[in-house]
Write a protein that binds this ligand. Structure first.
Ligand SMILES: [Zn+2]
Ligand SMILES: [Zn+2]
Length: 170
């Protein structure tokens, strides 16, 4: 395993989905290679920080409020179905725009280090996204609409970043 391969495998390593053989190879490399060890530490801290941030935001909503909110939403759906549909459409529209602005930032080289790390790590494991991001940066244009699959993957990437509007910008 070389340094580049290691960098691409780190996400699997930290979420515990890596097979044991590969894991021990990776650990051997880490033990012998200082730059990779440092990179692995940064990566882990970044992931932890992101998880903490999400948690602290979720914890700001007390259970009681959450329960009231839930019953309010259910009642509203029953009472105003077309309003809720409108709301859902709007949320979907916002999500799509966010995906596109992340893609544009990727093309412009304006992704934050954390965001580009996540994109790179994902692309290493996902041929579809790798091809798509490769094509994007060649074309130097954010006009290529992502397929549904890639859209879903980028959404998932965004969800693992702090829920901030400009989170992905350098
Ligand atoms: Zn190394
Ligand atoms: Zn993907």
């Amino acid at each position: 395993m070389n340094c580049k391969e290691l960098a691409f495998l780190l996400a699997d390593y930290f979420d515990g989905t890596m097979d044991p053989q590969l894991r021990s190879e990776l650990e051997t490399h880490l033990a012998m290679c200082e730059p990779c060890m440092k990179f692995a530490n940064t990566f882990r801290k970044t992931c932890e920080k992101t998880a903490q941030l999400r948690k602290s935001i979720e914890h700001k909503i007390p259970d009681e409020v959450r329960a009231r909110l839930a019953s309010f939403v259910i009642a509203a759906v029953e009472k105003y179905p077309e309003k809720m549909q409108e709301y859902r459409n709007q949320a979907e529209q916002e999500r799509k725009e966010k995906v596109l602005s992340l893609l544009r930032a990727a093309v412009a080289g304006r992704l934050s280090s954390m965001a580009s790390l996540l994109v790179e790590t994902h692309c290493a494991a996902c041929p579809g996204c790798k091809e798509y991001f490769g094509r994007l940066s060649e074309a130097k244009a954010g006009s290529a609409t992502p397929s549904q699959e890639i859209d879903a993957h980028v959404t998932r990437l965004m969800e693992s970043l702090p829920p901030d509007d400009e989170f992905f910008l350098a």
